[in-house]
Design a protein around this ligand. Structure first.
Ligand code: PLP
Length: 229
C-alpha cells in the first residue's frame, strides 16, 4: 500500500517535472510521517524513502532512535525555543524558522554544539492568520538578511505552507511568489547556488513542482488520512 503510494507520488512528480522541463532528481520527496506508527515509516523506508518529516519535537525524538541512521529528518512544524536543544544536530533541515528570535535561539544551541544548522525561513506567503511566519515581503527580507548574519546557521532557502484548497491551481501564484522572493535581485546573494524551495503538500505538490519546488512534503498521499483522536 505505502510503497504503491510512494510510487504514484513519484510518478506524478516525474510528470510535473516533464511538463516544466525539470529534472526529477532535483525534487526531494519528504515523507511526512507525523502521527503515524513506526511500522508505516519502516514500510516507506523499505520502499526507498530516506527523507522523513515530523512536526513535533517529542515525536521526532521518539522516532529517531528507532529508525535507521541514514534517514534525513526534516523538522517541518512550529518550533518552540525551549525545545531546540532536543533536536539540534539531529535534523537534516529545520523548515520552520519564522522569527529572528527563533533563529537566534537555534544559533545559540548550534554554537554550543559547534555545528552549523541548515535552516529554511518559513514565509506565510498567503497571509493566513492560522499560519506562522509573516506575509509582509519587507519583513521577510529583513528576516532573511538577519538570519544570514548568524554564523552557526546556514540559510538554505524558503518554506511555505499554502492554504488548504480543493483546487491546487489557486495556490500556483503563492508558489510562484515564494520562488520570486529568492530570485529577487536584492535577495539572491543570501541564498546558496541551489536554493531549497520547500513547498507543496498532498493536495498541491504537482503544481508546486511545476513552480520550482525542490522539496515537497507529502503525508496523506503516502500514509493515508491522519487520525488525531
Ligand atoms: C502535515 C504537514 C504536511 C503534509 O500534509 P499532507 O496534506 O498530509 O500531505 C506538510 N507540511 C507541513 C508543514 C505539515 O505540517
Amino acid at each position: 500500500m505505502i510503497s504503491e503510494n510512494i510510487k504514484t507520488v513519484k510518478e506524478n512528480i516525474g510528470a510535473a517535472c516533464k511538463r516544466s522541463g525539470r529534472n526529477p532528481e532535483d525534487v526531494v520527496l519528504i515523507n511526512v510521517s507525523k502521527t503515524k506508527p513506526l511500522e508505516m515509516l519502516r514500510e516507506a523506508y523499505a520502499a526507498g524513502s530516506r527523507d522523513f518529516g515530523e512536526n513535533k519535537v517529542q515525536e521526532l525524538c521518539d522516532k529517531i532512535p528507532e529508525m535507521p541512521e541514514d534517514i534525513r529528518w526534516h523538522m517541518i512544524g512550529h518550533l518552540q525555543t525551549n525545545k531546540i536543544k532536543y533536536i539540534i544536530g539531529r535534523t537534516a533541515l529545520i523548515h520552520s524558522v519564522d522569527t529572528l528570535h527563533l533563529a537566534e535561539a537555534i544559533e545559540k544551541e548550534a554554537a554550543k554544539k559547534e555545528i552549523v544548522a541548515d535552516i529554511l525561513v518559513e514565509v506565510n506567503i498567503a497571509g493566513e492568520d492560522s499560519k506562522f511566519g509573516t506575509s509582509d515581503i519587507e519583513e521577510n527580507k529583513a528576516l532573511i538578511r538577519s538570519v544570514s548574519g548568524l554564523s552557526h546557521l546556514r540559510l538554505c532557502g524558503l518554506m511555505t505552507i499554502a492554504p488548504y484548497t480543493e483546487d491546487p491551481e489557486t495556490n500556483r501564484p503563492y508558489f510562484k511568489a515564494l520562488r520570486e522572493l529568492i530570485y529577487n535581485d536584492d535577495m539572491r546573494d543570501f541564498f546558496p547556488d541551489r536554493p531549497v524551495l520547500s513547498m507543496g503538500m498532498s493536495g498541491d505538490y504537482e503544481v508546486a513542482v511545476e513552480e520550482g519546488a525542490t522539496h515537497v512534503r507529502v503525508g496523506t498521499g503516502i500514509f493515508g488520512e491522519r487520525n488525531y483522536t
